[in-house]
Design a binder for this molecule. Structure first.
Ligand SMILES: Cc1cc2nc3c(=O)[nH]c(=O)nc-3n(C[C@H](O)[C@H](O)[C@H](O)COP(=O)(O)OP(=O)(O)OC[C@H]3O[C@@H](n4cnc5c(N)ncnc54)[C@H](O)[C@@H]3O)c2cc1C
Length: 477
């Protein structure tokens, strides 16, 4: 068993011995924290089990968004006739093995970039599994079973989460799949049953339908994307139906079984849905088991999520946590911010607690749904005095040129002050358009200030400025 107390080649900006920071998990929560800690002169070790970048890079965000990029390209080619270009749809060949090979290549390249970044910053990376041996000690078990004991002044738990499965729907990697297993498929599923209509289920359902699978989306709720703005979710459900997807609402899956040539999904009301493949997208479970958290005094909730405050502190002194293992707004961007905040706090730098209101989020369907700030449900439940405007994109000149017929911009502003407090954009590349609204929310801009900035003519962003202009008088009443 090796014992490590410091890194000899680690430069220190302070005269005193550098703080020893040990990070368990090399996803965005872990590696972004490592970069900040190294910048602040700490002696940093990251222990990672499955590859730097974590699920975000290797199995979740990067692969899914790369798949979606391909699906968009296919849709554009198939609908070229809308732009006056003749393309024989039968000539479009979707070879999933090539698409998947590209996706895995991109993910590996991104992981290598992160490894290089950490190396350059002087961060030590130990491949293996980490567990706490008390609040100030971490044991790393390497692939060959060798153990390294690391003493730490600060520990960050950033172990992420893994896909939840149903007891009677055991993934086999061939026909019954979690989202991490999709990239091993050699051919496009003929009939893909997607169980779960949250963000993950909706994104994959849209992508595979666009690539050419017949998708059946099994949703236990009244409509798809139950957590999103209701008007936005309605646009997506209509878009799904228009491209030929079968959306089954109020249908809860109880079990998924293999049949000789595919799968059968059994619903709780006794109905069954046949498919060639089934994708389970029913949420995530935190990776917080058997890593010594309870013994070290780190509290978790009943679902296993590590409890943290807004500067990422857990209940154990010196132990912080970031990312999906905390269950706080499970996004890569939030994981990264929680990790950075933990290090700024632990190492005595200036720090502002995490503000979830400022988080912008995007659903990568076609069109996308991007949101930031307070939303309809917040305004209702918190009784916020807000004025709202919703402008369709269809009459925007740029939208006409781009053959965009659906989608909208919605803005919320506080009555009295006129401050922009939130917004929703439903459009292709809405994830890019929301940034202006995000700036307005974070900088507490008024609708008048927001609309005063020039937009390009013609541009989709013109509609966001127009929405702010529409609110000019409404916020005064
Ligand atoms: C399909 C899908 C698509 C998504 N797309 C987006 C998106 O587009 N944008 C976005 O912002 N978010 C997206 N997310 C969410 C995003 O992936 C997560 O929020 C993000 O991965 C969380 O980062 P993390 O660092 O907490 O965990 P992870 O990225 O899961 O990294 C955790 C790391 O810790 C390692 N680990 C676990 N236990 C141990 C241990 N005991 N010892 C050592 N190492 C360990 C794991 O192997 C992993 O490498 C998506 C999620 C899914 C499921």
């Amino acid at each position: 068993m090796a014992r490590v107390t410091s890194t000899p080649d680690q430069p220190s900006s302070a005269a005193a011995a550098p703080s020893r920071v040990v990070i368990v998990g090399g996803g965005p929560g872990g590696y972004e924290a490592a970069l900040v800690a190294a910048q602040l002169g700490a002696d940093v070790t990251v222990i990672d089990r499955d590859g730097l970048g974590g699920s975000a890079v290797l199995t979740d965000c990067v692969p899914s968004k790369s798949l979606i990029a391909t699906a968009e390209a296919v849709a554009t080619v198939r609908h070229a006739d809308e732009f006056g270009v003749d393309v024989d749809p039968a000539a479009v060949v979707v070879a999933l093995r090539h698409i998947n090979a590209r996706i895995k290549r991109l993910a590996r390249a991104q992981s290598s970039d992160i490894a290089r970044q950490l190396h350059t910053a002087g961060v030590r990376v130990l491949p293996g599994t980490g567990r706490l041996a008390g609040p100030q000690q971490v044991v790393a078990t390497g692939v060959g079973g060798d153990e390294t004991v690391l003493d730490a002044d600060v520990v960050l738990i950033a172990t992420g989460a893994h896909p939840r499965v149903l007891p009677d729907a055991v993934p086999d990697g061939e026909r019954i799949l979690t989202w991490t297993q999709l990239y091993e498929l050699p051919d496009l599923p003929e009939r893909l049953v997607v169980v779960g209509s949250g963000v993950t289920g909706a994104e994959f359902a849209g992508a595979y339908q666009a690539l050419g699978s017949q998708v059946v989306l099994v949703s236990s709720r009244d409509r798809v994307l139950p957590g999103e703005d209701p008007d936005a979710a309605e646009v997506i459900e209509r878009a799904f139906t228009r491209i030929g997807m079968q959306v089954m609402s109020r249908s809860r899956a109880a079990a998924v079984r293999r049949t000789p040539d595919g799968v059968q999904v059994e619903l709780t009301d006794g109905r069954t849905v046949a498919g060639s493949h089934c994708l389970l997208a029913v949420g995530s479970i935190p990776n917080s088991q058997a890593i010594g958290l309870t013994e070290a005094g780190v509290d978790c909730d009943e679902q296993g999520f590590v409890q943290v405050d807004r500067v990422s502190r857990t209940s154990a002194r010196g132990v912080y946590a970031a990312g999906d293992c905390t269950g706080v707004n499970m996004l890569a961007s939030v994981a990264a911010m929680q990790g950075r905040i933990a290090m700024w706090h632990a190492l005595g730098d200036a720090v502002a607690p995490l503000s979830q209101v400022g988080v912008s989020a995007n659903v990568f369907t076609q069109p996308e749904i991007a949101t930031v700030g307070w939303q309809c449900r917040d305004i209702e439940t918190r009784n916020i005095a807000a004025a709202t405007v919703m402008l369709p994109l269809a009459r925007n000149p740029r939208a006409k040129m781009l053959d965009i017929h659906e989608g909208f911009v919605k803005l919320f502003a506080r009555r009295g002050s006129g401050n922009v407090i939130g917004g929703v954009v439903v459009a292709p590349r809405a994830g890019e358009l929301i940034h202006a609204v995000s700036l307005a929310v974070s900088q507490r801009m008024t609708v008048d200030q927001f609309q005063a900035a020039f937009t390009i003519y013609p541009s989709l962003s013109g509609t966001t400025a127009e929405a702010a202009r529409k609110l000019h008088l409404d916020v005064q009443s």
